[in-house]
Design a protein around this ligand. Structure first.
Ligand SMILES: O=P(O)(O)OC[C@H]1O[C@H](O[C@H]2O[C@H](CO)[C@@H](O)[C@H](O)[C@H]2O)[C@H](O)[C@@H](O)[C@@H]1O
Ligand code: UDP
Length: 469
């Protein structure tokens, strides 16, 4: 069997998945890698004065990680710069926040070359290489330039922007061209896949042949393949002693009120300001229902070196203060706003104690919190998921109460609908959501992508055709 080499910016061993704020990608990959003989390669998260290319290997809970340190200038230009000040805002439709600096682009290219140079000696013939996310778009091409002949795939965890937006990026075409070094490219939804194809067709003269796209000599497989969670494990986590304790604490502190839960990295793409405004509108429009509820918003700080993240943090501090100042009473605070990360077992208990899961990103590649909220519910008395139409998860979780996160009115109405929803309807919607979360889980995601990468899905298709004898 071939080894799987997974490459991502952030690498975190399974124990790391309990530490809080590392986001959905690390959580999903640590779950996937435990089943594979292979290596997970990436940045250690540490800095060193001078790049050495020295690799630290660790093996824990069945996962071998291989990490390298980067120089401070690398982190500034590649991670804080091109990845999170250029690509992240642009790919989340925020051209207004995107910064186009040549220094960032140079640092991004340099770090991708450093990844290629250090990873190359670890790759053996027959290995399959799977590269993750926007930090590493050109890595495949850099590996090919150094002689890699193995099958290589790329999965994008964030949205792919519409053609006209992408065209604002200097050297967009060159960057997209690098993707043709891969054999398979995966997107979270069909919408992002279609935007990619539109760019390749209209701006680069490529053409589509079924589930392949052709550009010059290169013909590559493309697919929509939404990431899932380890649903079974998460549902078990929700029954663990830590989760039960968190559940009891939340229920006690709620003193009979219904809790609305939000859990997001502190990121402008998550629509937290709009969420607070929607909730404020609900408080204003429904004075009688006001004290029936409270909102617990968990928002661990993220990418704090980037100015737009400092701005959103200050803005949320002031907005939550304003809403609490206007509506709080001696025995009730409308928003509990918490800026720290919690372990996933604690989160599971908190999700289960919440009558409403409020997930309203303005744009989000997937949003695993939405799926975790569903998996943590009590089947006999589940809560209601309110979900943004603009999260990747909305393409699968159609039985949620779907909202436009830009509309305070829609958020307010959705909260009222969820609070008054009868148990039969809650159960019916939850069953449909849970069916999807269980069926298209993290194992399904990994198997679907990796079998396309190994060319096995074609074989399966051929095998399953009637013989005609
Ligand atoms: O590594 P960070 O800079 O701290 O950011 C955390 C992760 O954020 C992004 O997550 C995306 O991937 C999730 C899993 O597919 C998806 O559910 C979510 O919608 C995306 O935003 C980022 O893409 C990851 O690379 C980061 O590790
Ligand atoms: O305090 C926290 C907040 C979040 N998370 C985890 O971080 C991930 C967030 O993933 P999502 O896809 O929702 O968003 P991302 O942060 O990757 O954009 C989920 O698995 C959460 O359980 C966590 O472990 N502790």
């Amino acid at each position: 069997m071939s080894r799987l080499i997974v490459v991502s910016n952030r690498v975190s061993a399974p124990r790391g998945s309990h530490s809080g704020a590392q986001g959905g990608l690390a959580v999903a990959l640590s779950a996937a890698l435990q089943e594979y003989r292979g290596i997970w390669f990436g940045w250690s998260g540490e800095v060193t004065d001078q790049f050495t290319g020295q690799i630290s290997f660790e093996r824990e809970h069945g996962v071998t990680t291989a990490t390298i340190d980067l120089e401070p200038q690398d982190v500034e230009e590649y991670y804080d710069g091109y990845a999170n000040r250029t690509l992240w805002p642009l790919f989340h439709y925020r051209v207004d926040l995107a910064e186009f600096e040549r220094g960032f682009a140079d640092g991004y290219q340099r770090v991708n070359e450093r990844f290629a140079q250090t990873l190359m000696p670890l790759i053996e013939p027959d290995d399959v290489v799977w590269i993750q996310d926007y930090h590493l778009l050109p890595l495949g091409q850099e590996l090919r330039r150094r002689g890699a002949r193995e099958r290589m795939g790329f999965f994008l965890h964030i949205p792919w922007p519409p053609r006209r937006l992408l065209s604002t990026l200097p050297v967009a075409e060159e960057l997209v061209r690098t993707l043709f070094a891969y054999d398979v490219i995966g997107f979270q939804t069909d919408e992002w896949l279609q935007s990619f194809l539109d760019y390749v067709r209209e701006e680069m003269g490529g053409h589509i042949e079924g589930d392949h796209v052709v550009l010059g000599e290169r013909r590559i497989r493309v697919m929509a393949c939404p990431i899932g969670i380890d649903a079974e494990n998460f549902a078990q986590l929700a029954r663990s002693p830590q989760a039960r304790m968190a559940y009891r604490n939340m229920r006690d502190s709620a003193v009979g009120r219904d809790m609305i839960i939000g859990v997001d990295r502190l990121d402008y793409s998550k629509g937290l300001e709009e969420r607070f405004l929607g909730y404020e509108r609900f408080l204003k429009e429904h004075p009688a229902a006001r004290k029936e509820v409270f909102l617990l918003q968990i928002a661990p700080p993220s990418r704090a070196a980037v100015e737009s993240y400092r701005i959103i943090r200050a803005s949320l501090d002031s907005l939550s203060g304003r809403v609490n100042g206007a509506y709080a009473d001696l025995d009730w605070v409308p928003i509990r706003y918490v800026n720290q990360g919690y372990s996933r077992d604690v989160l599971a208990g908190v999700y289960r104690a919440a009558k409403i899961g409020l997930v309203t990103p303005l744009r989000d590649g997937m949003n695993l919190v939405a799926k975790e909220y569903v998996a943590a519910q009590d089947p006999e008395d589940p809560g209601v998921l309110i979900l943004s139409r603009f999260a990747g998860a909305a393409s699968q979780l159609t039985a949620a109460v779907l909202v436009n996160p830009h509309s305070a009115e829609e958020i307010s109405d959705a909260i009222m609908t969820a609070l008054r929803m009868r148990r039969e309807e809650r159960i019916e919607r939850w069953r449909s959501l849970m069916d999807n979360v269980e069926r298209e889980d993290v194992v399904w995601w990994r198997q679907t992508f990796v079998s396309a990468l190994m060319g096995e899905d074609q074989a399966l298709l051929v095998d399953s055709e009637p013989s005609g004898d």
